[in-house]
Design a protein around this ligand. Sequence first.
Ligand SMILES: [Fe+2]
Ligand SMILES: [Fe+2]
Length: 343
Amino acid sequence: MKAVLERGTVEGRPHAALTGGDGMVTRQETVQERVANSTLAQIRDVDIDDVLDYLHADLKKLPDYLDLYRRYLRQRWDVYELDFGQDAIDWRTRMSAEERTAFVAISSGFHHGERQVEVELPVFMLGGSEESKIYMSSQIEDEARHTIFFDRFYREVVALPGTSIQDVLDASYPHVSETFVGPFGLLAHQADELRRDPEDPAARVRYGTTYFLWIEGVLALSVMKITLSYCRTRKLLPAYYSGFTATCRDEARHVQGGMRILRDAVQSDPAMLHEIHETLRTILRMNGAVSRRLALESLGWTPEEVRRLMIRQLTMKLSDVGIDLPPDLREQIDRLQPELAGG
Ligand SMILES: [Fe+2]
Ligand SMILES: [Fe+2]
């Protein structure tokens, strides 16, 4: 009996009921199942908050690498299926110059961030268990697809010039904010360190803290929440909304896989907790170092709201995975500044 989906509302939140061919409701599909199982066309109806809940739901038990790989095979989406036609019209006619400037400023870090992790992850994949290598191959492909997603967005919607991927990256680079330099410069340094010995557990933990915990778990998810809420509230940029929500679902796997890497490293050698703390101290010291603030008010976000969002994203991951913090780091987190970069 083929199951069909019917839309409805439960406790004010959208859900779908699974019904048999005879129309009898067999059981309700949970919001999380809907996030997990949506096709690219269906994901247009999914709310970013539900994707963030979906990400955190599994953090306490942490799926293993092959579970994540199997999930990747089911969730992989075709970036060339997106039609940016309406987005291009929205961009020209329904967004103010201020909104476009803020949107490009916050998205350009993502454009360059996706490309950077796509080319630096292979170093990480050289180390670790065979299962983790299989899983990591899927994350590399995800990051490559996310790079293409932004390449298409910048060509077809923002209308940046260029014929090659590098041309378009060069054209968006002037819009990258200076806050990109800190975390992504640190990651480049750590990737280089890892290249010398991909099995070095401390180097893997330092790289993993910067990339999986801070860049993906905090910066990327915060940018996703901000831009996707703006698109949803204003009913703008439908292909961007679908592709970036699907990207966020991919990030759920990356953050879960990354937190597993960190948790397993600490379990096999408690000294690795020190490496996580030291890396976080460095990241948090750099976080507020900025001479020009990125203004997101035109997208509907005050600095204090962005700050609270970032703190929440960071503390949820740490507490779910059981990474304790010393008092000085807790104070540093309390003083966190609302400065975002890509993811
Ligand atoms: Fe990505
Ligand atoms: Fe990612």
